[in-house]
Design a protein around this ligand. Structure first.
Ligand code: KG4
Ligand code: ZN
Length: 340
């Protein structure tokens, strides 16, 4: 029997996920049920539908993760679970399941911060030198961290309003494009070679914080000015593919510039930084990844980004954090609660 295997559970938003991690051999399984189809018609996540679906899928996904790893629950020593931040009705499903299993099967329990999971997600497949900068960009969060050791990190900046992924999703909705917006915006932008047609405003924030709600408004008013959107009736008047390509491409280039500018500012303030990691769902974007890669070569720092399965929400990253927390003796008790 392996007595140090980790089973991790993640249900903070619209993915039901479970993973099994072996401290000696790495990730043994990383399973996910995505609720995208369930929320698609609403253009965003509907919390009530999300929690209901987690209840249905949780036992199946955990069983699948154990099977894929070739293990049973008896082989598991520690259960790691995301307990913050996220949708309350979604988090509670994973946390209740993890606590019940820990109690019934006498396992150790560790509550994991979802954002800490993202922050260390590039470490699953790479050995990254400390200290490194990590930019996390997802549908719910955009933050910049300085990471000095496993579990040791400081927030240098974060979004004051919308997340970067949210900007992609909301502008996609405005253009009658499917949810989630990021992948389709990247596809449209690629069709026109990532040209910047409309020169949307770059952030005017001087600190290391981000703001994306102004960008969303700027895109909207630019469409109005071009006669492509009617504010009174809230209708898109120009539904052409060409307009969508141009908006998508200009938006992507703008967000890329904002990211790179922030990281450049942070590197100037923190010259001891050895590497940059780009993580979260938006880090699936090949255009931004490539731009970061080129930028980091110029700056003489290493660049790391996880493979797509560890960019979007997943339990693998929760297992990774639970593993180093277990080694540090940082366990939770059965009073573990959710925190939004
Ligand atoms: O990390 P994630 O799966 O969930 C959250 O924690 O929010 O990130 C989802 C976000 C969505 O906003 C989606 O539009 C964005 O990641 N995304 C992308 C791409 N793929 C997913 N954004 C830009 N380009 C992509 N290729
Ligand atoms: Zn996330």
């Amino acid at each position: 029997m392996d007595n140090n295997l980790i089973l991790a559970i993640e249900t903070s938003c619209d993915e039901t996920a479970a993973a099994v991690y072996d401290p000696q051999n790495g990730m043994l399984s990383n399973v996910l049920f995505s609720q995208i189809e369930l929320h698609k018609e609403y253009g965003g996540v509907v919390p009530e539908l999300a929690s209901r679906s987690h209840v249905q899928k949780m036992p199946i996904i955990v069983q699948q993760a154990l099977e894929n790893a070739g293990k049973t629950v008896d082989d598991i020593a520690v259960i790691g679970v995301t307990n913050k931040p996220g949708l309350a009705g979604s988090l509670i499903v994973g946390v209740s399941f993890a606590k019940s299993l820990a109690w019934a099967k006498n396992k150790k329990l560790i509550g994991v911060d979802h954002l800490e999971g993202h922050a260390f997600s590039a470490c699953i497949e790479h050995t990254i030198p400390f200290p490194f900068l990590c930019i996390t960009a997802s549908g719910g969060h955009t933050s910049l961290y300085k990471i000095t050791d496993f579990g040791e990190y400081a927030v240098l900046g974060q979004t004051l309003d919308d997340a970067a992924g949210e900007a992609f999703d909301k502008i996609a909705k405005l253009l009658h494009l499917p949810y989630p917006g990021g992948p389709v915006i990247e596809k449209l932008a690629r069709e026109v070679n990532f040209d910047d047609y409309f020169g949307y405003p770059r952030s005017s924030i001087k600190s290391l914080d981000f703001s994306f709600s102004g960008l969303k408004t700027a895109v909207l008013y630019d469409l109005v000015r071009r006669g492509a959107y009617d504010l009174k009736t809230k209708t898109l008047l120009d539904d052409s593919h060409e307009l969508k390509q141009k908006v998508a491409s200009s938006l992507l280039v703008c967000i890329k510039d904002i990211f790179i500018h922030k990281v450049e500012q942070a590197l100037e303030l923190q010259p001891e930084i050895k590497a940059v990691a780009f993580v979260g769902g938006v880090a699936c974007n090949k255009f931004i990844r490539n731009a970061f890669q080129e930028f980091c070569i110029k700056k003489g720092v290493q660049f790391f980004t996880p493979s797509p399965q560890y960019c979007t929400d997943n339990a693998g990253m929760i297992a990774f954090v639970a593993n180093y927390k277990a080694q540090q003796g940082k366990f939770s008790d059965l009073y573990l609660d959710i925190l939004r």
